[in-house]
Unconditional design. Sequence first.
Length: 212
Amino acid sequence: MKKSNFFLTLFIIVSISIVSAQKKEVYVNDDLELISKQEYDRNSGDDYFNLKFDADSIYLNVSVKRIKKNKISNSQLNALKSNLATSSAYFDKDDIIVINYYPGQDAYNSSGDKEMTRKNYQEYLKRLKKNQNIKQFFVYKSPEGTAAYGNINWIKDKNKLIETIFFAIHYPCNSTVIIDSNGNYYSHRGENNVSAVFKILKEKKTFKNTAN
């Protein structure tokens, strides 16, 4: 679901609610498809988290599946490579791309033990260097709060490309996406431990072209 479609859907729902002059509770999945409150309530536990947005005349309740597996097109993969590096020659044929995505400061990533966060990310980078054919990037939507992660080379999400493809709404704290050379990806959306990347790489989950 592209972000433009997200706001179009939200606009339609808001417009309907204004006409009826009532503040409603609307329930959708993270593809912005309408679901029942019962289904929304059932989607709980470690596999899901639920987000709520106050859109003036409605409350939009979004049921989010934490893990998403799918495939991007060759044109999207090439665009990502172009945005992440100054030259496509930077990438080898079989490279795996790991993107740690920071959506901007929120209540989740602005709290906690900052010193421990910095140590975890430095250890993460050391372990990554031991893996061949991996190109890793720290990408932000908004830079506020990134200093808390220590001495890290952050780059901006150019043209909101990564946000548009993988993170159409604001998932709390931070997110990770791993993309193989064919465009298959494994995305952990919101509140994830960076050390989990190594388990995913070892089990090669990212290579499974499995929708949702």
